[in-house]
Design a protein around this ligand. Structure first.
Ligand SMILES: C[S@@+](CC[C@H](N)C(=O)[O-])C[C@H]1O[C@@H](n2cnc3c(N)ncnc32)[C@H](O)[C@@H]1O
Length: 336
């Protein structure tokens, strides 16, 4: 514990206060913020400007961020700017910047010391590649394994990061789509992986979901995850190509989470949506300069050719792929 000056604000003002303190370099990041009856921020300097936010100056004992420091201090000492990293279950996946390759293990060990929940640190050794969207990894620190259990939206996902695709960055997307599903719907998860979209929907909505994947490892884990999350009544995991489903039609909703090939398979998604209409959740990769126009034009032409009409119900940029490329999500209503 360390005695330090701080300011106390109401919980509802805490996020705004944190932002302002950070902007002013006034937050002491070596100490932990205290939550309880209000929020107490430890201060690195005595004078702060919080605009219209009411606050009280205090002096209190704060817990020290002993562990976090090891990692941050090492990065600062090396002058290494690490982009934000993914944590899947208890595995952290880092991208070691050029010029710092020799420090990878040291950085990995510092991270394990800093974050008690992390047991394995891997580095990205390739881009996401191939039909199955896999990446190669190198071991940096901790236990030598690539299998873990990830928790999201009250669901558990067992998976091996070297054998299947999984991105924790799509967590909001899964929630966003789940919230649109209505009772009794028939949903097709065309590129399902280990089942995160299917299972999040099934856990929260009384719908029936069929999830397909061509990667046998993904389907193996998908089946394990169906059991882990007790959704066997609602979800079916199928090993196979979802773009050749002529015999399976009549879906209310299709999820197309295969961004770089979405366009190629859009006609297949249109085919499986029932005659009366439904929804397609489309993911694509586009230019940052003009993320939607060209893509939507192509999808509209494709729908016209298939004799169906589509209407854009929602669209958003999910994240950045590179300085020039973004990952987009478009919700399309198939009218008839
Ligand atoms: C970008 S990943 C998405 C996985 C999952 N939806 C998720 O959010 O974690 C795309 C998945 O589609 C699978 N895939 C690629 N082509 C396919 C096809 N024609 N039919 C079914 N699955 C396919 C890949 O194996 C991969 O697991």
């Amino acid at each position: 514990m360390a005695r330090a000056p701080g300011i106390k604000v109401r919980s509802r003002d805490a996020e705004r206060a944190r932002r302002l303190l950070k902007q002013q370099g006034a937050l002491d990041t070596n100490l932990r913020v205290k939550h309880g009856n209000g929020v107490v921020f430890p201060l690195a300097k005595p004078s702060v400007e919080l605009g219209d936010i009411p606050y009280r100056a205090v002096e209190e004992d704060f817990e020290e961020r002993r562990h976090g420091d090891a990692f941050q201090r090492l990065l600062a000492k090396l002058g290494c700017r690490l982009s934000s990293f993914d944590v899947i279950g208890d595995i952290a996946i880092l991208e070691i910047p050029e010029g710092f390759e020799d420090h990878g293990e040291e950085i990995g060990e510092a991270l394990i010391e800093a974050r008690k929940s992390i047991k394995v640190v891997l580095k990205k050794s390739s881009a996401v590649e191939g039909e199955e969207r896999l990446r190669r990894f190198g071991h940096l620190a901790g236990e030598r394994r690539t299998e873990t259990v990830h928790r999201e939206h009250g669901c558990l996902f067992k998976l091996d990061v070297s054998k299947v695709f999984f991105s924790p960055r799509l967590s909001y997307e899964r929630q966003r789509i789940m919230e649109q599903v209505r009772e009794g719907e028939k949903v097709l998860d065309m590129f399902a992986g280990v089942g995160p979209y299917s299972i999040v929907i099934a856990r929260h909505r009384p719908a029936r979901i069929a999830g397909y994947d061509i990667n046998p490892h993904a389907i193996e884990y998908f089946k394990v995850n169906i059991r882990l999350n007790k959704v066997a009544e609602r979800v079916e995991a199928v090993l196979g190509d979802s773009t050749r489903l002529a015999e399976r039609q009549g879906f209310d909703r299709a999820i197309m989470n295969l961004p770089r090939k979405g366009r190629e398979h859009f006609a297949s998604a249109l085919e499986v949506i029932k005659k009366g209409g439904g929804m397609i959740h489309y993911y694509g990769s586009s230019s940052r300069e003009n993320p939607f126009e060209e893509e939507l034009h192509l999808l509209e032409s494709c729908a016209l050719e298939a004799g169906r009409r589509i209407r854009v119900k929602g669209r958003r940029i999910v994240r950045s792929y590179s300085p020039s490329e973004v990952h987009i999500a478009v919700d399309l209503e198939v009218i008839a």
